[in-house]
Design a protein around this ligand. Structure first.
Ligand SMILES: C[S@@+](CC[C@H](N)C(=O)[O-])C[C@H]1O[C@@H](n2cnc3c(N)ncnc32)[C@H](O)[C@@H]1O
Length: 575
């Protein structure tokens, strides 16, 4: 087994090259220090002294200060007590970090002795800084960090020289399997994240190719499924921000989730040629608004991003280009499917059946099973009572107690019909007839629709079978639920949802609960109570119009205009 590392490291270990390389190395370090004393920037000094071949061999491209500063701000906001820079080069990051926080404790690593000496010289022996000459990918130290910042080397697999399969080693350590076509920076990203403490942040700049390349698939899935990716900045014309020959660049802003994996949306910032870095900063701080036409800001759910194989077009144009004031529904609500009984005819009963079978009220839950039973967009006590009066299926046989004689009789009938052997009933952990526990939701969403989706304010908080999905607003007030239902029923919101194609599985108007999470709605958290009241009023109007069949188009137009104004108010509210 030879020494792992890049070709250059191994050359220095071989006898004939050794002398000249070391001599050259020492003179470079000396000249470097002289240039620094003369006030030359470390990166300029390094470029003038170290050959392009050496720099290319180690993937040595330097991060411009304004970009390094933006990255530093991301990690410093968690007040890290220790920071890792695993590919320090001449020390751009530690310098910018020390500028912002003079007591920063930073562990710097670089495999190249020339770079390590340059970093040490440029950092001027600062006490908080440790610079190690070490291959980061084989670094045995297992300490965790509060933050990491990196511009990893860019090297293809045929330029990496490890005497063993480094891809499978790093893959195993990070519980994934990596394609050998992965660039070395992918290995760096994984290893950096592995060393991040819960709540820790990393800012990593790498070329942009992974967002479209096949080898990027594993990385995307790995980052997103672990809830690590918070924001992604993509520079389509990196040459405008970087002096050196990068065509595209991307900055990953990562955060190790504290508990479990969140379902947060991911912010993407696509920077066209001419996009200003200031606008990128604004985009990161603000709420998905665009101040610069060359900077496209979007919010995606993890599912949306994972569904798309190549991200380049998506990030630039997006199927869900974030509109100021809109957010994906997942920001405002959770969704679940309705109750699956295993046998609706057995469990979902009419009032007369309930009476005949003598099932006690404590073992019945009020429940809706058919879309047809819900006339408008608000479901109230009178609607439920009407269904009861017409002897519709309105009660779910939902055993909460030990069965009495008549209930036991009915259950026996179920067994005789072999219901207990049916998939859903057999899968239940306790009794085959135990119902799923599902809190009635404030809003129902129709699973199927012809012209659009239908959302119903479930004022009466009646349970529902799978004909509806459940929407649970995070704000539990009735006013918020009513306003959200109004927005969801507007043609404006439904039009946006349709533009996203995938909201509707296979082009059909059938939605899954998780599809609903991608629907964009005005950010109702950012608007005043009066606006919520106005939306509620329009929901009532729409309900009446639908029930009477009169004036639907007029109310829809009024609602669209109101929803638009709501979004505008939300956009202002988020600045
Ligand atoms: C793209 S440069 C970044 C330098 C500096 N951090 C910056 O942003 O300007 C990458 C650095 O990683 C170093 N490097 C290459 N392979 C490495 C490895 N396996 N482990 C640690 N450092 C490595 C190179 O020597 C180079 O200095």
């Amino acid at each position: 087994m030879g020494t792992p590392g890049t070709k250059a490291t191994r050359l220095r270990n071989s006898s004939s090259e050794n002398v000249s390389a070391e001599n050259h190395f020492e003179s470079v370090v000396e000249k470097f220090a002289l240039q620094l004393n003369a006030g030359v920037e470390p990166e300029d000094a390094y470029r003038s002294l170290v050959s392009i071949e050496h720099r290319k061999r180690h993937g040595q491209f330097f991060t411009p200060m304004p970009i390094a500063s933006l990255m530093a701000d991301w990690i410093l906001s968690v007040q890290p007590t220790n920071i890792l820079d695993p590919a320090v080069g001449t020390g751009v990051f530690p310098r910018v970090l020390l500028d912002k926080r003079s007591d920063a404790k930073i562990v710097c690593v670089d495999v190249d002795g020339v770079a390590v000496s340059a970093a040490r010289a440029s950092l001027n022996g600062h006490s908080g800084i440790t610079v190690l000459q070490q291959d980061f990918l084989t670094w045995p130290d297992e300490q965790l960090f509060d933050a990491a910042i990196a511009n990893p080397p860019y090297l293809r697999h045929h330029d990496m020289f490890y005497p063993y399969d480094i891809f499978s080693l790093i893959g195993r350590k990070n519980h994934t399997s990596l394609s050998r076509l992965s660039n070395i920076y992918v290995l760096f990203i994984l290893e950096i994240c592995r060393r991040l403490r819960a709540g820790g942040r990393a800012a990593i700049i790498v070329p942009g190719e992974w967002v479209n390349a096949n080898f990027g698939d594993t990385l995307k899935l790995w980052l997103i499924s672990r809830g690590l990716l918070r924001s992604l900045i993509y520079f389509s014309h990196a040459s405008t921000q970087f002096d050196e020959a990068l065509t595209t660049a991307s900055i990953l802003l990562l955060e190790q989730p504290i508990a479990g994996v969140g379902r947060d949306s991911i912010r993407t910032v696509f920077v066209h040629d001419g996009g200003a870095l200031e606008a990128v900063r604004d985009a990161l701080e603000g709420e998905a608004q665009e101040n610069d036409p060359n900077v496209v800001v979007q919010l995606f759910s993890p599912e949306q991003l994972l569904r798309e194989k190549k991200w380049n077009h998506l990030l630039a144009h997006g199927h869900t280009k974030a509109i100021p004031g809109f957010v994906v529904l997942s920001e405002l609500a959770d969704t679940r499917r309705g109750i699956a009984t295993g046998s609706n005819s057995f469990f979902h009963l009419t009032p007369s059946a309930v009476g005949g079978l003598r099932i006690r009220p404590q073992n019945l839950t009020r429940c809706i099973g058919r879309a047809l039973d819900v006339a408008g967009v608000i479901f109230e006590r009178v609607d439920f009572d009407r269904l009861v009066a017409s002897d519709s299926r309105t009660h779910l046989f939902d055993m909460q107690t030990e069965p009495d004689e008549s209930e036991a009789e009915y259950l026996k009938k179920g067994v005789a019909e072999r219901l207990h052997e049916r998939f859903l009933c057999a899968a239940r952990s306790s009794n085959w007839y135990d119902m799923e526990k599902r809190k009635p939701s404030a809003i129902w969403a129709g699973v199927f629709g012809r012209e659009g989706l239908r959302f119903i304010l479930n004022s009466e908080r009646v349970a529902n079978l799978t004909t509806f999905h459940c929407i649970y607003p995070k704000d539990e007030s009735e006013l918020f639920a009513a306003a959200l239902t109004a927005c969801l029923n507007s043609r404006l919101v439904q039009g946006l949802a349709q533009r996203q194609h995938r909201v509707y599985g296979g082009g059909l108007l059938k939605v899954e609960p998780k599809d609903l999470l991608d629907v964009e709605v005005p950010d109702l958290r950012k608007v005043g109570n009066q606006t919520l009241e106005n939306l509620k009023l329009l929901l009532t109007k729409l309900d009446t119009a639908i029930r009477t069949g009169a004036g639907i188009a007029e109310v829809q137009s009024e609602l669209d205009a109101r929803v638009q104004r709501t979004a505008e108010e939300a956009a202002v509210g988020s600045t």
